[in-house]
Design a binder for this molecule. Sequence first.
Ligand code: ADP
Ligand code: ASP
Ligand code: MG
Length: 411
Amino acid sequence: MALIVQKFGGTSVGTVERIEQVAEKVKKFREGGDDIVVVVSAMSGETNRLIDLAKQISDTPVPRELDVMVSTGEQVTIALLSMALIKRGVPAVSYTGNQVRILTDSAHNKARILQIDDQKIRADLKAGRVVVVAGFQGVDEHGNITTLGRGGSDTTGVALAAALKADECQIYTDVDGVYTTDPRVVPQAQRLDKITFEEMLEMASLGSKVLQIRSVEFAGKYNVPLRVLHSFQEGPGTLITLDEEESMEQPIISGIAFNRDEAKLTIRGVPDTPGVAFKILGPISAANIEVDMIVQNVSHDNTTDFTFTVHRNDYQNALRVLEQTASEIGAREVVGDTNIAKVSIVGVGMRSHAGVASRMFEALAKESINIQMISTSEIKVSVVIEEKYLELAVRALHTAFELDAPARQGE
Ligand code: ADP
Ligand code: ASP
Ligand code: MG
């Protein structure tokens, strides 16, 4: 008999009818003899609705109180799903993060899970119950409610699977697996049967929101077998695996990720002396702003231009800090740009193939898309481009790296 953790996302529990459908599905699994722990998100749109409410009170809601409020979304769905299961004759019990005791640190709105108490859950499973746990939330050592950041229910699912040493963690969502790129942007995108943890980690951190990045980190660290599946369609989904198969068919690129969440800042005419990067980025990091890509150009007159990207939410803050720095170090000017997007190609196949980056640049050049910044690592190449070309760029790259699904007859 297997122990399976199943996580259902917001759209899968978006209406009472869907919740009834999820209950039917869980009931069938249960009849197969497996022990089931279910993690649910809030109904789709609910977390956004709650955040909007808070923003009507304050642009910057007190993080602790925001957590008290947004955690209610998941409290509703755990109760509804348990009711739907019990109605079907399936013994079930719901728990909030606090009730299980999913212990987190105290970083409200982006807390990390430290420990999960599995006693209650194990006792319920032993008594034949399906256990329904609220995703996205936990409690800190002082008893304050915390939340795990947007998309955090994935992480609750994987962390529970790790704590319970589950046989598999199944992430049920509104797509039937992980695709070569977001199928909403590229209709020719293809489902992957398998993707490595390393690739999935890159995809998630570079913008593919199908799995929260921390859930992939957790799964990799604790070797949790993880699968992404469609909530209401049968199919094998996508398995996130440890092994990198060396096969002839191994594609060079597994996927394309993108995001519109960053903004670019440039400080021009900086006197070029040792320590200049620290002078510029030190105050940014002191302001708790994370920097992603960095480019420094050296010019002939002993000055340098320095460009970096930050999250768009941090843009105004970063601009203020940088303008202050510019006046202190005698730089010529500061310019900012929020109309950028980052596109990345990801694949472990890059390790054994040369010329991947130039193939990417060629494909973008053919579409006359200007590259503003580049960064590479062993298994990814990222470029920053003007935001309005994002979809064109993703489609062009998808075709250039031969990821498009073969056209079906008659299309
Ligand atoms: P849930 O509410 O179930 O957590 P999400 O909206 O968080 O669902 O994640 C599923 C969505 O992720 C899909 O609808 C899809 O548009 C998007 N997505 C982005 N990149 C990918 C990808 N590479 N493969 C599959 N889906 C992706
Ligand atoms: N409800 C939370 C969110 O919308 C958590 C989740 O869905 O994973 O971000
Ligand atoms: Mg999600």
